[in-house]
Design a protein. Structure first.
Length: 219
C-alpha cells in the first residue's frame, strides 16, 4: 500500500501543477518547471519579456526520497530489520515535507506564470508590433486600447493533481508514523527508560551473609 502511494505521488510530480487558460492561450507547468506553452506570446517582441523561473529542487529531492522509501519497503519485506523500518518512516516523512515545500513554491509562482500571457508595457514598440501581428494573423481580436477595451484574465492556481500529490504524500507519512508508533508505544519507551536510567524508590535491606568465626569453648 505504501509503495503504491509513493508511485502515484512520483507520477503526479510530472503532471501539470499550474494550468492557466486565457482564450486560445494556455500555459502549463509541472513541479520541475517544465512549461507547455500554447500562446502567441506577444510579449516576446518586447525588450523585457515576462518569464517565470520555477525551482525544481524540492521535487527532485522528493523523487530521491520516494526511491529510498520504495527500496527500503521492498527490502524490509524480506530482511525485517529495525534499521530499515526506521529508515522507511523517516523517508516517508521526508517525501511529505518535500512535496509540501514544492506546493508552497509553485503556489508562489502562479502569478509569474500568469504574467507570461501578459502584454507588458503598451509603450513598448515591440509589444505593439506583436499585438498588431497577432491581430493581422487572426489569432486574436483588435489590440487593447487603454481606457477603451478591457482585457481580463481567468483566475489561476494549482491544479487538482498538485493538491492530490500533497494529500498522497502526507497520508503515506501519517501511515508510516502510525505503524512506527504501534511498534514503539510510549509506555514501553518510558518503562525502559525508567528501568535503565532511574533507581528504585526503595531498596531491600542487605543481609549479612558472611560466615562468622567460630569460638573455641576451651578459651
Amino acid at each position: 500500500m505504501r509503495c503504491s502511494r509513493n508511485v502515484v505521488t512520483f507520477g503526479l510530480l510530472f503532471e501539470p501543477w499550474i494550468d492557466i487558460n486565457f482564450g486560445s492561450d494556455s500555459i502549463k507547468s509541472d513541479a520541475f518547471g517544465k512549461f507547455q506553452i500554447s500562446s502567441s506570446l506577444v510579449g516576446l517582441w518586447s525588450g523585457s519579456a515576462p518569464a517565470a523561473k520555477i525551482n525544481g529542487t524540492w521535487p527532485v529531492l522528493a523523487c530521491v526520497a520516494i526511491g529510498v522509501t520504495i527500496c527500503t519497503v521492498l527490502v524490509n519485506l524480506r530482511a525485517r530489520t529495525k534499521a530499515l523500518f526506521h529508515l522507511t518512516a523517516v523517508s516517508s516523512v521526508a517525501v511529505a515535507l518535500f512535496v509540501v515545500f514544492a506546493l508552497v513554491h509553485m503556489n508562489g509562482k502562479v502569478s509569474e506564470v500568469r504574467g507570461m500571457l501578459g502584454y507588458g508595457s503598451f509603450r513598448d514598440l515591440g509589444t505593439q508590433a506583436g499585438l498588431m501581428m497577432r491581430w493581422a494573423s487572426g489569432n486574436g481580436g483588435p489590440p487593447p486600447v487603454p481606457g477603451r477595451r478591457q482585457v481580463s484574465y481567468t483566475t489561476a492556481g494549482l491544479t487538482s493533481k498538485a493538491w492530490f500529490a500533497g494529500v498522497m504524500a502526507v497520508s503515506s507519512a501519517v501511515i508510516a508514523i502510525a505503524q512506527w508508533s504501534r511498534k514503539h508505544p510510549s509506555g514501553a519507551i518510558q518503562l525502559r527508560l525508567g528501568v535503565s536510567d532511574g533507581l528504585p524508590l526503595t531498596e531491600a535491606p542487605k543481609l549479612d551473609t558472611a560466615p562468622k568465626p567460630s569460638v573455641d569453648p576451651a578459651h
